[in-house]
Design a protein around this ligand. Structure first.
Ligand code: BV8
Ligand code: ZN
Length: 242
């Protein structure tokens, strides 16, 4: 399953980085965005994951995020999340970069996580940015409001919004300094996250993709391992610690 090249590059690696997308949480039962049962199939991004849509129809956007929060609160990290949290201690420097907002990497024990698209468990005021993270599931009819009167929104990055600058900088620095860079469970279409594997390769990393099907970057990476992340990753960690 694992090429001799990959194992030897990992054995001598000083810095290893992992970029994850919705596919790493699929086996926990969290729907992906673009798969056949993908979230976007039921909703269109322009309707929901952007700020104007939120201002136009905050109730609908809150219903969607409450629906997703409800799912995320019911599920647990899978063997893929746990394997990645184990990888943290196998290399001198390890960086986990995620596009996911489901908090499952943290629940699986990963310590240092760059959350490029925010976190569905966090909320903030549109006007004063005050955080409301322990907010109960919003009552569908009463929109959550800040003490200052501003609308409260999920603390996630919507289309057309900039990513958190520090996480973004640290993610590109990590990609550029990686000896091995994994792109796991992402269709690699959303920018700027999708540029990270390309940047890593440009700076000399050995880039490996783990996915159940080819993606937009498959022709570009050094190696694609086709299969389920929750099956492949524990076997990879096993191989590395044997
Ligand atoms: C920005 C919100 C600008 C939180 C999300 C035209 C061309 C290029 C770019 C653009 C363009 N028009 C607009 C843009 C920019 C836009 C963009 O990239 N659009 C794309 C769609 C073309 N990007 C943005 O708007 C970003 N902001 O650019 O700002 C700017 C610049 C300066 C100043 C001001 C503004 C913001 C992007 C963030 C958007 N927010 N989510 C939420 O609700 O979740 S994106 C959304 O997609 C999620 O965050 C998700 O993580 C992300 C990526 O999707 P994936 O994670 O890859 O999930 P997907 O379902 O697609 O794929 C799953 C994969 O897993 C599949 O490949 C599948 O095969 C695989 N899989 C399934 N099961 C398994 C598996 N793999 C392994 N094992 C399994 N078991
Ligand atoms: Zn406020």
């Amino acid at each position: 399953m694992f090429s001799a090249m990959l194992i030897s590059r990992l054995r001598s690696a000083k810095t290893v980085s992992v970029l994850t997308g919705a596919g790493i949480s699929a086996e926990s039962g969290v729907p992906t965005f673009r798969g056949e049962e993908g979230l976007w199939q039921k909703f269109r991004p322009e309707e929901l994951a952007n700020f104007d849509a939120f201002l136009r129809n905050p109730k609908l956007v809150w219903e969607w995020y409450n629906y997703r929060k409800h799912i995320v609160n019911q599920v647990a990290p899978n063997a893929g999340h746990y394997a990645i949290s184990k990888m943290e201690s196998l290399f001198p420097h390890f960086h986990l970069i995620t596009q996911n907002v489901d908090d499952l990497h943290r629940k699986a024990g990963s310590k240092q996580i760059y959350e490029l698209h925010g976190n569905i468990m966090r909320n903030r005021c549109v006007d004063c940015s005050k955080h409301y993270n322990e907010m109960p599931e919003a009552d569908q009819d009463v929109l959550p409001r800040c003490d200052c009167g501003g609308l409260i929104r999920p603390d996630v990055v919507w289309f057309g919004e900039t990513l958190p600058p520090l996480e973004l900088k640290r993610s590109f620095d990590a990609a550029r300094s990686s000896d091995v860079f994994f792109s796991i469970g992402t269709s690699a279409v959303v920018q700027p996250a999708a540029s990270l594997p390309l940047e890593a390769k440009h700076e000399g990393a050995y880039v490996v993709e783990i996915n159940i099907e080819p993606t937009a970057i498959s022709h570009y990476v050094d190696e694609t391992i086709l299969g389920k992340a929750a099956e492949i990753l524990p076997q990879l960690v096993e191989k590395l610690i044997e």
